[in-house]
Write a protein that binds this ligand. Structure first.
Ligand code: NAP
Length: 238
């Protein structure tokens, strides 16, 4: 039997959150490891933060230095990066801060959707490229999130059906558009109705993966509508 002295130091985990995976993890840890002190950090992109167990902090840390200071002050001894696959800056900061402080870092990798027969997928390297490609279509369903809309609005051109999670605080700048509010988990029948009612001829999405928003991809497959996927940013190199 290994002779290990039990550490008196309590486990203090920081979950970098803002995703369904992070919320599920916070609930699981609260249920299964009640002695662990769990803090979830949210960027604060939504006006009402989700109801999570444990400690919840909201807003940026103030860059890499701020995150290092936070980890030290809160005496965090494990970090779980459960952020969105496109949240590249905070993931890079987490990797650098944990390397600096020698704190174990775990990354929850969200699997990409699997291409299936009938899928008509096209790829864009970034939002600017996706916005250029979108101008070749007439009626575009834009599901890239509220912070990525500017390149599409600037280009003008097609009619856009724009879906965001909550009412935008500023005018979006599109010439022809309809705004719909919605968030995962998406429902296949509702996604098909939207695509049909608005006679959509292109769906634009980040290559986010995950089950919560897969219904839009499935709906496009069933209706033979092309999907333009914006590639994920590369993972951080430390
Ligand atoms: P980002 O580019 O990785 O982060 C930008 C800054 O936001 C970070 O440097 C950090 O500020 C703060 N931040 C991000 N996540 C944080 C967290 N969990 N806790 C505390 N601070 C956090 O990410 P983003 O600007 O939020 O979004 C980039 C892309 O990811 C967008 O396409 C967005 O739609 C998508 N996305 C992000 C989230 C999210 O929760 N972040 C959720 C869904 C989708 P400081 O440098 O000041 O620490």
């Amino acid at each position: 039997m290994p002779n290990r002295t039990p550490s008196k130091e309590p486990k203090r985990i920081l979950i970098l959150g803002g995703t369904a995976e992070a919320a599920a993890l916070a609930h699981r840890l609260a249920r299964d490891t009640p002695d662990t002190i769990v803090t979830t950090s949210l960027a604060g992109r939504l006006s009402v933060p989700p109801d999570l167990p444990g400690i919840v902090r909201v807003g940026g840390f103030g860059g890499l230095g701020g995150l290092i200071d936070f980890l030290r002050l809160a005496r965090i001894n494990r970090v779980i990066d459960a952020t969105h696959p496109f949240a590249a800056t905070i993931s890079a900061h987490a990797a650098l801060a944990c390397a600096e402080l020698e704190i174990p870092l775990e990354h929850i990798d969200r699997g990409m959707w699997r291409k299936q027969p009938g899928d008509r997928w096209h790829w864009a390297d970034d939002m600017a490229m996706a916005a250029r490609i979108a101008t070749r279509f007439r009626r575009v369903f834009l599901t890239v999130g509220s912070v990525e809309l500017a390149p599409f609005a600037r280009k003008g051109g097609p009619f856009y059906l724009v879906r965001v999670i909550e009412e935008p605080r500023h005018p979006l700048g599109f010439r022809h558009y309809v705004l719909v509010l919605g968030r995962g988990p998406l429902v296949l029948a509702e996604e098909m109705t939207l695509l049909k009612n608005f006679a959509i001829d292109l769906l634009v999405s980040k290559a986010s993966g995950g089950p919560a928003t897969e219904a839009k991809i499935e709906a496009a497959r069933k209706l033979k509508i092309p999907v333009l996927l914006v590639k994920r940013p590369p993972p951080p190199i430390v």
